[in-house]
Design a protein around this ligand. Sequence first.
Ligand code: NAD
Ligand code: ADE
Length: 417
Amino acid sequence: MSNLKYRVKDISLAPKGRLQIEWAEKHMPVLMEIRKRFEKERPLKDLRIGAVLHVTKETAVLMRTLIAGGAEVYLAASNPLSTQDEVAAALAEEEVHVYAWRGESEEEYFWAIDIVAKSEPNIVIDDGGDLHVHLHSKLLDIAKKIKGGTEETTTGIIRIKAMEKEGILKYPVIAVNNALTKFLFDNRYGTGQSTIDGIMRATNTLLAGKVVVVAGYGWVGRGIALRARGMGAIVVVTEVDPIRALEAAMDGFLVMPMKEAAKIGDIFITATGNIDVIRKEHFELMKNGAILANAGHFNVEVSVEDLKKISIARRKVRPHVEEYTLANGKKLYLLAEGRLVNLVAAEGHPSEVMDMSFANQALSIEYIAKKPKMKPALYSVPPEIDKTVAELKLKTMNIEIDKLTPRQEEYLRKWRF
Ligand code: NAD
Ligand code: ADE
């Protein structure tokens, strides 16, 4: 275990970070309600939690909630470019062991994850699977002793499923991403809004009248397409799944292969969780000035390698915007180095959305802490947790809903009228 209490960019940023966290707390009422109960009940007493998450003001609210529940917390970033340095500094001044700063090298990124893993946590939280994979490939003795973990995002769930299928998973993992109160809101409306926000902050480009190409019509792609249309863009969707392609078409979007979309797009946004979605053959077809952004978890969706290979010059023209000049003089603009544009060029999802995602995290962690023994496997978030989060969120939004009458309940149970 490391003696280093924290490593952040600049500890003097802490007062600024505290203000940011205070702002998030005001917009995360569900998590704050859970925190109040955790303070009384201390369900995480004597537990060490290792977390690899985007180090944002919303993550800070989750960390403070886990500490209120009695846990000791170790935290590293789930992306080298997403850390909010002032937030990391504020957490470092509190009780969190935090190892994160914006602009980590690949080596530094895994060094920080290694510290979290070697803290020998009882419970782990991950966003994208790098912590789970690190524990299973390099630190099996530590992995074997872990009581359980959670996974925040679609790409991480894919990796855990692959580990489960190979029979090598050493602890139970709750798929927080797959809770209804997570993916229906976070992946769709959270990423929908924050991706557009990131593109606008980076470029200040006008969306009205532009052709926006969205690759992938999953939960993230749906949200981005919806919000881009709301800003007046003409939206094109590319897909590999016939059902999702059909859904996009009937939702009123143009659907075509990327090799066709490449010729007409002004702004390209990948949201597939897949590799090489936009590559050399597509860059070559694009219009001069096209903008390239990614919202998927890893920086593999836009092939930066291909872009570098076919370019004769490259320069940074604005924060988070790199201009690539191709041999024929055409210029393409890559945002956020091809990493998640919403967390690099903007602040990630709004706090109100992360309120539900992180309420699911806090309650799933409490569930693991209280459960005597769970076999190593991928688990759904218990439906009662999902329901509690929805009910609490509605309450904090002052929204009331109807209740089934006894006659309606009976009607819904019967098959003979
Ligand atoms: P999803 O599985 O619901 O959707 C992915 C879609 O991409 C699927 O419909 C699939 O058919 C399609 N697809 C796969 N390969 C493709 C290709 N080559 N071309 C076109 N379409 C292709 O997943 P999701 O929940 O929408 O998540 C997508 C990605 O976004 C994941 O990497 C996830 O981890 C990430 N994510 C990012 C954020 C963020 O804050 N930026 C938030 C949530 C999820
Ligand atoms: N993922 C997307 N947005 C986020 C945020 N604001 N905080 C933590 N993780 C996120």
